[in-house]
Every structure is written in C-alpha cells, then in structure tokens.
Write a protein that binds this ligand. Structure first.
Ligand SMILES: Cc1cc2nc3c(=O)[nH]c(=O)nc-3n(C[C@H](O)[C@H](O)[C@H](O)COP(=O)(O)O)c2cc1C
Length: 156
C-alpha cells in the first residue's frame, strides 16, 4: 500500500509524530508550509489562530498539493489549535480530491485531545472513508502507540 503523510507543525511535536509514522509505514512525508510562517511567540500565535479559525481564514501555502494518483491512503497530521485543525491543514485539504482514498488524521495536543479535529477532517476530506484518528499529548508519543494505531487502521 502506498501512503502519503502530510502534516503541519508549528513547534515540532506533530513533525516528530509524522516522522515516526513515516518510518513505520514507509510512506512519503510532506510538510505543509504556509507562505507566511506563524509567529513563534505563544500568545501571539494563539490570538492569531483564534481569529483565523473564527473567520474560516485559509492561508496561502508554499507547499503545492501533490497528485494523489498512485496513493492508496492519506494520513493527515495537525496540532490541535483551539480544538480544530490548524488553518494551513484545512487550506491544503480543500485543494485535494480524496475520493476513493482511505484517510485518517493524527494530531498532537496540549491536554485537550483531538477536540473536533476528526469531524472537521471528515468534512474537509470529502473522502469515502475517514478512519479513526490518533491523538497524542505534545511530544509524548511512543513507537508502540503509533504501531498499534497503524495496525488498527490497517496501514501496516
Ligand atoms: C494557536 C494554538 C492553539 C492551541 N490550542 C490548543 C487547544 O485548543 N487544545 C489543546 O489541547 N492544545 C492546544 N494547543 C497546544 C498544541 O496543540 C500542542 O502544543 C501541539 O503539540 C503543538 O504541535 P506542534 O509542535 O506540531 O505545533 C494550542 C497551541 C497553539 C500554538
């Protein structure tokens, strides 16, 4: 099975998880980069994200949406931002047609779990099948937890 792993990460936790998933599946890794990086200062990015999510803002992306022909499945990673996918991830997914692909999301969070990320990703993907997601606290993920999730959703 050929797997595409796409993710956005602001402070590195989701990147670390995405790399673990890529190592275990042999999937192709793609980082979603916005044209304008988000500020590093926590309180600034928190306020900006709140405003963007409220307005449904979609940032311009530096990362081009790849052709999915030849891929069977897509794993989509995001930090939990106000219980939602980060706006770059939503912008990316809106440019994709996932019809006929299997999809699942993974996220890292600061204690709030997946929030409504699963529901939002289902809506954005318009895919036939969105499998159960993985939610991990900050950078606490271990190889075993990733493995068990990948087995449960049939990716390894
Ligand atoms: C803008 C912003 C909003 C956040 N909102 C939440 C939240 O609603 N719930 C939560 O559990 N964590 C929240 N967090 C914490 C992040 O989800 C957590 O630190 C995550 O692991 C960051 O992933 P990253 O390092 O890949 O960017 C927020 C962080 C930021 C920067």
């Amino acid at each position: 099975m050929k797997i595409s792993i796409v993710y956005y990460s602001h402070s590195g936790n989701t990147r670390c998880l995405a790399e673990m998933i890529a190592a275990q599946t042999g999937g192709d890794l793609l980082e979603i980069l916005p044209e304008t990086p988000y500020p590093q200062a926590y309180s600034t990015v928190v306020e900006q994200a709140k405003r963007e999510l409220k307005e449904g803002f979609r940032p311009a992306l530096r990362t081009e949406v790849p052709d999915l022909a030849g891929y069977d499945a897509v794993l989509i990673g995001t930090p939990n931002w106000w219980s939602s996918p980060a706006p770059p991830v939503s912008a990316f997914l809106e440019g994709w047609d996932l019809t006929g692909k299997r999809a699942a999301s993974f996220c890292t969070h600061g204690g709030g779990g997946a929030g409504h990320i699963q529901r939002d990703i289902e809506r954005l993907c318009r895919s036939g099948e969105v499998l159960p997601g993985l939610a991990v606290y900050e950078s606490s993920c271990g190889e075993g937890e990733v493995r068990r999730w990948l087995e449960r959703i049939g990716m390894v």
